[in-house]
Design a binder for this molecule. Structure first.
Ligand code: P6P
Length: 340
């Protein structure tokens, strides 16, 4: 058999994210393709974002845009581009009624009064963007919520302010040494690597499971003296071998990259409350909820310090939360310390 035939046979077995989404969408009775069409808006937008991220050093897109966003953070030009691309690609999906972005103070209403508008999409277009200029991995996060029963289109808050357990899908794209999309529709977690040769996300990590225990903890230790005492005690127990081995520390400073490593290798990523930010830094709707959904789907756990992140009832779209997310063993130890 010639090499070409082997290569074709191998290529022929490739599963693209579109094929996978169509298979997964069968879980949604009456979805009639609207859900896969919605998700294709995210895959298209992230391909356009990654093309810009990959060329950031070459085109005049590095550096700040000069504006500051609702978080008071200086907007990087790529932030603005990523936000506009996602908002455009999603706003042409008729099944979407409301968009909410880290970069926009107010939600974006789309397809007003359309009976087909059944979903809200919440996203952080470029998480970790302060790392862009130093070529460190950044990411896009997204969370998909269904229109609550009986909710009208102008009652957009009710669409958005739902506990994370109501997410019908969530995921992220990490723009790292390769571009990887990880998502779940509640039927396990699946990863797809963008094949630049064909421009398609190809299944590379089917049915991802978070290891029961890892060897890394991930936290910004510069703020350690501002954490509540139990967090310092927890970190010391990990460092000193209380869970069977001494942990090493890994901290990238991009939540998507730090979580992606935790999903693959196990361990724990945490962003505790600090004296400056007693409510935490990470945003509930579009940072903590998506990774908490994926963590639970992959056999891990995610807490806000006292309860499951996914059980938190949001009160505003940009609200922040502490986050402790990772493997079962490390999270059980955190709960044990927190309960003391
Ligand atoms: P710090 C990026 O700005 C971000 O929102 C997350 O992606 C990341 O985990 C965190 O902030 C890093 O914050 O305070 O450690 O620089």
């Amino acid at each position: 058999m010639t090499l070409d035939a082997d290569v074709f046979r191998t290529e022929h077995r490739l599963i693209t994210v579109q094929q996978h989404i169509l298979q997964e969408q069968k879980r949604f009775p009456g979805a009639s393709g609207e859900f896969s069409w919605l998700l294709s808006g995210i895959t298209l937008a992230t391909k356009m974002i990654q093309a810009k991220v990959r060329r950031a050093g070459l085109s005049d897109i590095l550096g700040t845009h000069g504006e500051t966003n609702v978080q008071g953070e200086v907007q990087q030009k790529l932030d603005v581009y990523a936000n506009e691309v996602l908002a455009h690609c999603l706003s042409v999906r008729e099944s979407i009624g409301v968009l909410a972005s880290e970069e926009n103070e107010q939600p974006i209403m789309v397809h007003n009064n359309s009976p087909a508008a059944n979903y809200a999409v919440v996203f952080d277009p470029l998480d970790g963007s302060s790392n862009i200029d130093v070529n460190v991995s950044v990411g896009t996060t997204f969370s998909i919520l269904r229109r609550p029963e009986g909710a009208s289109l102008d009652d957009h808050e009710s669409w958005l302010l739902q506990p994370g357990r109501k997410q019908i899908a969530a995921g992220y794209v990490v723009y790292g040494s390769s571009t990887i999309l990880v998502y779940s529709v509640g039927n396990g977690v699946h990863g797809f690597t963008l094949d630049p040769a064909v421009g398609a996300y190809v299944l590379s990590h089917p049915n991802m499971r978070m290891p029961e225990q890892g060897k890394y903890y991930s936290v910004n230790e510069a703020y350690r003296d501002t954490f509540p005492p139990r967090y310092g005690e927890y970190i010391d127990r990990l460092r000193h071998g209380a869970l069977g081995h001494r942990y090493a520390s890994r901290y990238i400073g991009s939540m998507v990259a730090d979580f992606h490593r935790t999903l693959l290798k196990g361990g724990v990523f945490l962003y505790p409350p600090t004296t400056d930010r007693p409510e935490g830094k990470l945003r509930l709707l579009y940072e903590a909820n998506p990774v908490a959904f994926l963590a639970e789907q992959a056999g891990g756990k995610a807490l806000d310090g006292t309860r499951c992140v996914l059980d938190v009832q949001p009160s505003s779209i940009h609200q922040r939360t502490p986050l402790v997310v990772g493997s079962r063993v490390e999270l059980a130890e955190f709960e044990r310390i927190a309960a003391v």
